[in-house]
Design a protein around this ligand. Structure first.
Ligand code: GTP
Ligand code: MG
Length: 350
């Protein structure tokens, strides 16, 4: 990945940085603040982020490609295991590890998980101590001191991801540690996340914020239709939950909750995508989807894009083989590529 995306400057630095921390530490909030727009959803509930997302920060001196990750947690369900795999994938091949700790929710066990991550990484690690806007000043030094004793961080930066305090200082510390390289992305690109996926995430964010109890963790959103017309973008999405009781909460009395989620999501998406939007929302019960590998995989847009790429490559190959055949050859006569998948039938509750 050394191709120049924009013109190179002398001493220009560039590299990849994963933001790792426990659930609710403020990783996605920092990513949004850094890129200057919302690319990752943020809620007050832990374990919101499920996929790794890249956020690209370009400064005259260099470019940092940040990778937001799901919070470090114990893996219980298949979904949780998949989220941990996302963290591992994010840390692979990065230049600097950015550990994020929540200054107002210090937990010894969770912090050990953080330090273990740092120890397993063979490169420079920076600590960002977040939410210092809520921390009494007298407590700051003892916390930093405790972290310094546990691991030799290359830098420790107190920040408020929410307010932006300390965030530019953090960018400077990171840039110092990156190798000299050309930028990886054009300077106006802020994320690698497809708009379709962002839309499903915004819907999920609104639904999580408006509901309670077990709904947030049991919720998955799939965009089924994406039709771009000259003056209107038509989106249809289905929210999957695990139980009829959760479906009831999402729909609400006379459909009021569903309407609220839809309106909030539509308004935000209209601003983000700068177009008028029609948003159709549906709710479906898929019992225990979090334990279903096939279903969990469908949530991963990296896997979806890869599958799409493979599908296209297969189609291309089939087309070429067909052309060869028409030109008189016998290639492709015993093509065994066509793999028929079992029909996935899901329970639908109405
Ligand atoms: N006071 C304060 N709150 C913050 C700050 N940064 C994030 N928060 C809040 O912390 C909560 C969690 O933020 P997220 O950015 O979703 O946290 P996350 O680390 O991405 O969480 P997961 O995706 O669940 O792992 C939200 O309610 C944020 O508004 C901060 O600097 N100060
Ligand atoms: Mg997050």
């Amino acid at each position: 990945m050394s191709e120049s995306a924009t013109k190179q400057q002398p001493n220009h630095r560039a590299g990849f940085v994963a933001i790792v921390g426990r659930p609710n530490a403020g990783k996605s909030t920092l990513l949004n603040k850094l890129v200057g727009q919302k690319i990752a959803i943020v809620t007050s509930k832990p374990q919101t982020t499920r996929n790794r997302i890249q956020g690209i920060v370009t400064r005259p001196e260099g470019q940092i490609v940040f990778i937001d990750t799901p919070g470090i947690h114990e893996a219980k369900s298949f979904l949780n295991k998949q989220m941990n795999r996302e963290i591992n994938a994010a840390v692979e091949g990065i230049d600097v590890l950015l550990l994020m700790a929540d200054a107002i929710a210090m937990q010894p066990h969770a912090d050990n998980l953080l330090i273990d991550r740092a120890k397993r990484f063979h490169g420079k690690v920076i600590l960002a101590l977040n939410k210092v806007d809520k921390l009494p000043k007298s407590k700051l030094l003892p916390i930093l001191d405790a972290f310094q004793k546990q691991f030799p961080f290359a830098a420790m930066v107190p920040i408020s991801a929410l307010k932006g305090d300390g965030v530019e200082g953090l960018v400077e510390e990171i840039l110092k540690l990156l190798p000299e390289a050309d930028p990886y992305f054009p300077e106006d690109q802020v994320t690698d996340q497809p708009e379709r996926f962002l839309a499903s995430e915004i819907i999920r964010e609104k639904a999580i914020a408006l509901t309670y109890h077990e709904v947030p963790h049991a919720l998955a959103v799939f965009v089924e239709k994406w039709e771009e017309k000259p003056k209107l973008l038509r989106i249809e999405a289905t929210m999957h939950v695990e139980r009829p009781s959760q479906k009831k909460i999402l729909i609400g009395h006379k459909g009021e909750m569903l309407k609220k989620i839809g309106t909030q999501a539509r308004k935000e998406l209209e601003t983000l995508l700068d177009t008028r939007i029609y948003l159709g929302l549906f709710v479906k019960v898929v019992p225990d989807w979090r334990e279903n590998p096939q279903h969990v995989r469908e949530l991963d847009w990296h896997a979806q894009i890869e599958a799409l790429g493979e599908e296209q490559a297969l189609r291309e190959r089939a087309r070429h083989e067909h052309e060869d055949f028409e030109e008189g050859g016998s290639a492709g006569a015993d093509n065994e590529e066509a793999d028929t998948e079992a029909d996935e039938s899901e329970e639908k509750e109405d």
